[in-house]
Write a protein that binds this ligand. Structure first.
Ligand code: HEM
Ligand SMILES: CC(C)=CCC/C(C)=C/CC/C(C)=C/COP(=O)(O)OP(=O)(O)O
Length: 312
């Protein structure tokens, strides 16, 4: 039985790495919602335009990644069905699509949000599409650590969309969120890379399990997971978030530590993929805790007693 060819729309959609970018936009939106304080007027236009603009930029960067990684994607089993690897889209089409998304993103951010968000988003796009994909990925096993800065930036982009980054507090809090995703990235990616190491070796990509071996990578995952748990305490320690967040972060962190510890002597080779999948649930849930702590708890707590003063 012959397989029906995928529709062009589904191929363009695949270029945007929709699921990864969905989580990226989720962290950006949470950055926005943490930057608004209870009682503030919600800047709806900037919230909507900021989300769309950041989404378009991340999608553009993902499409450029497909373009620059054609050779690698063709060789690796995980990526061999990508639109350029199969030939269902031509490089010129992908380039045009990436440019259109990038231009639309910058126009929206510049015209409807603010210059600092446009600038930081553009830097993240360049960081992932060119610095990581075009250079670091092929150059060093620290590729995803350094390149992770671009993927970690979205909460800062969201925060900038709401505040314009006017005060030191804005930078401190937003960079804390960036730090959390930055230290989350190595356990997230290296767990998958352990499982997929033969793919990377065949494609000559110097990922850590290929260059330094699986055992060394497992210890690095544990090290970064410990750093991650410490980093996730900082929002509470700096009074950005309360004990509700802290409780959630510690429980989620304890489970992540269990995965990282068990990965040192895993029950089977699929365990690394279970750890990878947990890393995604972890980040989603951690950011959901930040949000609930910021927005739900103030509503649940009784407000300050207001004294009734008769006017006459
Ligand atoms: C340099 C940084 C990063 C690297 C190298 C990396 C690497 C990867 C890889 C190789 C995959 C598998 C993709 C596939 O099978 O098609 C993946 C999946 C995923 N990543 Fe990352 N990642 C990074 C950062 C991020 C960030 C910052 C986020 C979100 C905040 C994220 C969210 C996800 C999600 C949600 C998936 C699952 C996608 C799916 O189920 O199709 N990643 N990542
Ligand atoms: C503007 C902005 C916020 C940009 C963010 C860019 C972005 C989409 C970051 C995600 C990082 C990611 C999917 C890495 C995958 O690594 P890989 O490309 O080596 O994985 P692959 O083998 O699946 O292609």
């Amino acid at each position: 039985m012959s397989k029906t060819a995928p529709s062009p729309a589904s191929q363009y959609w695949a270029l945007t790495k929709p699921r990864v970018v969905a989580l990226i936009v989720f962290t950006a939106i949470i950055g926005m919602l943490l930057a608004i304080q209870p009682g503030d007027v919600w800047p709806w236009a900037r919230l909507c335009a900021g989300s769309v603009g950041i989404w378009l930029a991340a999608a553009s960067a993902a499409a450029i990644n497909h373009l620059l990684d054609q050779r690698i994607d063709k060789v690796m089993a995980r990526t061999a069905d990508r639109p350029l690897a199969t030939g269902s889209l031509r490089p010129a089409q992908v380039l045009g699509f990436a440019i259109a998304l990038g231009v639309a993103s910058m126009a929206i951010l510049l015209l409807l949000v603010n210059a600092i968000t446009a600038l930081l988003t553009f830097a993240s796009l360049i960081g992932y599409a060119f610095v990581y994909t075009g250079f670091l990925k092929r150059a060093t096993p620290q590729n995803i650590v350094i390149g992770g800065i671009a993927g970690a930036a979205p909460p800062l982009l969201g925060w900038a969309a709401v505040t314009g980054m006017q005060g030191a507090r804005d930078w401190e809090y937003a960079l804390l969120l960036v730090l959390i995703i930055f230290v989350w990235t190595p356990p997230h990616f290296w767990a998958l890379a352990i499982f997929r190491r033969e793919d990377y070796a065949r494609a000559l990509v110097p990922m850590l399990p290929v260059t330094h071996g699986v055992e060394y990578t497992r210890w690095q995952i544990l090290l970064y997971t410990v750093l991650l748990v410490v980093a996730t305490i900082l929002p509470w320690a700096t009074h950005m978030s309360g004990v509700f967040y802290l409780g959630g972060a510690l429980v989620l962190g304890a489970v992540f530590l269990w995965y990282a510890w068990k990965l040192l002597d895993p029950p089977d080779e699929f365990f690394a993929m279970r750890a990878f999948k947990y890393s995604i649930v972890y980040l989603m849930a951690l950011f959901a805790f930040l949000l609930l702590d910021h927005w739900l708890l103030p509503f649940l707590q009784p407000g300050p007693a207001v004294e009734f003063v008769p006017t006459a």
